[in-house]
Design a protein around this ligand. Structure first.
Ligand code: OAD
Ligand code: ZN
Length: 256
């Protein structure tokens, strides 16, 4: 399970960290309260704040960091049952196939017309978003919203895979999330009680505080340092460096 804390080392602010988090930095948009940026009623009243965020997070601006590559390595080794992420930056897509990924809070990679519900690739609206123009449906002119899940909206259907996956897991990794948003947060309690849960996060959160289990392990502090420590303990340092180097060369070649 992953959250915004795995992407802060890539330069993307998280939501709730005091000072640096997105919710502390929205004054310029005149929102009634920070979470309104992800609420449909506010979006229909004023979609500008959400599209300013969209412009910032549109695919291609940021690069994965060692945490994303660690998850990729788990996949390459056949150890990853599924990656459940709350992140909408799409950085997990670097090398982890769609079949292994559940983007529980949606994505900017596709978008839906809020009037006729037609679906479009997010790319179709890149020029509009970059020019601060409201994306409009080419068929009915309705406002087109990226498929990021707003508060009150249903989660993508793939989220239901959790009913199959979590009872099968034999280790749960929880990385970079405050575990404050439901229903995602409760997944951390959906593994069998004998299954170890490893939290890698700056601070202790959610059920690791409220209902700890005997086999819980918490590695607190910066996610990059913690992941490096784990990789070292696993003896994967060399493979990790090779992977990071290969992927960085690819990104350099693409000029992103
Ligand atoms: P939060 O911002 O709520 O939590 C991020 C967690 O990561 C916090 O516990 C931070 O302390 C920790 N963190 C940040 N940077 C870190 C670092 N470098 N090393 C270690 N820990 C670090 O983000 P989420 O839990 O992902 O919804 O938030 C959940 C949802 O709330 C988001 O998906 C978003 C928001 O409303 C939507 O986008 C729809
Ligand atoms: Zn339409």
């Amino acid at each position: 399970m992953a959250g915004a804390g795995i992407s802060t080392p890539s330069g993307i602010p998280d939501f709730r960290s005091p000072g640096s988090g997105l919710y502390s930095n929205l004054q310029q948009y005149d929102l009634p309260y920070p979470e309104a940026i992800f609420e449909l009623t506010f979006f229909f009243h004023n979609p500008k704040p959400f599209f300013a965020l969209t412009k910032e997070l549109y695919p291609g601006r940021y690069r994965p960091n060692i945490t994303h590559y660690f998850l990729r390595l788990l996949h390459d080794k056949g150890l990853l049952l599924r990656l459940y992420t709350q992140n909408i930056d799409g950085l997990e897509r670097a090398g982890i196939p769609a079949s292994k990924l559940v983007e529980a809070h949606g994505t900017f990679a596709s978008a839906t017309c809020m009037v006729c519900r037609r679906s479009f690739p997010g790319e179709d609206f890149r020029a509009d978003v970059m020019a601060d123009r409201l994306p409009r449906c080419p068929v009915c002119t309705g406002v087109v919203k990226p498929d990021v899940v707003f508060f009150g909206e249903p989660l993508p259907e793939r989220f239901w895979l959790h009913t199959v996956d979590f009872p099968l897991a034999d280790l749960l990794l929880v990385l970079g999330t405050s575990l404050e948003v439901e229903p995602f947060a409760s997944l951390s309690e959906a593994v069998r009680s004998s299954v170890p849960r490893l939290l890698i996060n700056r601070d202790l959160v959610g059920p690791f505080v409220s209902c700890p289990r005997g086999r819980d392990v918490a590695q607190l502090g910066d996610v990059v340092g913690s992941v490096k420590r784990l990789v070292k303990l696993l003896g994967w340092m060399e493979e990790m460096q090779d992977l990071v180097q290969r992927e960085t060369e690819k990104l350099d070649a693409w000029g992103t």
